[in-house]
Design a protein around this ligand. Structure first.
Ligand code: GRF
Length: 189
């Protein structure tokens, strides 16, 4: 299976995924030319692409450019890893059941941006990480894997984010593996 990873920022999940799937990752794409992750991908000779959303008049045109780039590279599975653009329903339906996302909470709790801050401020004792299939509704598609993460007494945003990231780096490759097996077996099609 040919994978594309879409990022906007640091790309720590991207690094973990390319480590686990060195042969399958065929494209690393960003909307953000200043993304640290894309610089790393370029420096490490990955097939990389910058499609700056600011150069497009609307979401549909931007998504079309991304779609074309994915098609040019014969991509089978799109992996969102800190990709900070909301994809249009048109794009999502063209890639139906072929887009995965990782979210830093135990969904359905704390959807949207700032999920880690929201969990911390809510006073609950546990949050988590979720990998799911992307559907048009934000952070709502079928869940592939989830893991709980404890919130400790003295946690601040940095310590909790660090602990969540460690879980993400382990959970995302596992979820991709499960997804690929399910496709092979015809469970996801
Ligand atoms: C992760 O916390 C992920 O859950 C969220 O965006 C963050 C990306 O971090 N969707 P990184 O760029 O992979 O370091």
């Amino acid at each position: 299976m040919r994978l594309a990873i879409l990022i906007s920022g640091t790309g720590s999940n991207m690094k973990s995924i390319v480590k686990h799937f060195p042969k399958e990752v065929k494209l690393i794409l960003t909307n953000n030319p200043n993304s640290k992750g894309i610089q790393w991908a370029i420096d490490n000779n990955y097939n990389s692409s910058i499609i700056n959303h600011k150069n497009y008049e609307n979401r549909l045109d931007f998504d079309k450019a991304v779609h074309e780039k994915l098609k040019q590279n014969n991509i089978d599975l799109v992996i969102l890893a800190g990709f900070m653009r909301i994809l249009t329903p048109e794009f999502v339906s063209r890639w139906k059941r072929k887009i995965l996302n990782i979210h830093p909470s135990y969904l359905p709790n704390f959807k949207g941006h700032n999920a880690i801050e929201m969990a911390l401020e809510s006073g609950i004792k546990q949050t988590g990480v979720t990998v799911h299939i992307v559907t048009p509704e934000l952070d709502s598609g079928p869940i592939i894997k989830q893991e709980r993460v404890d919130i400790l007494e003295n946690d601040d945003i940095i310590s909790l984010s660090d602990r969540i990231h460690k879980v993400e780096h382990r959970l995302y490759p596992k979820a991709i593996n499960s997804y690929m097996k399910s496709v092979e077996m015809g469970i996801i099609f």
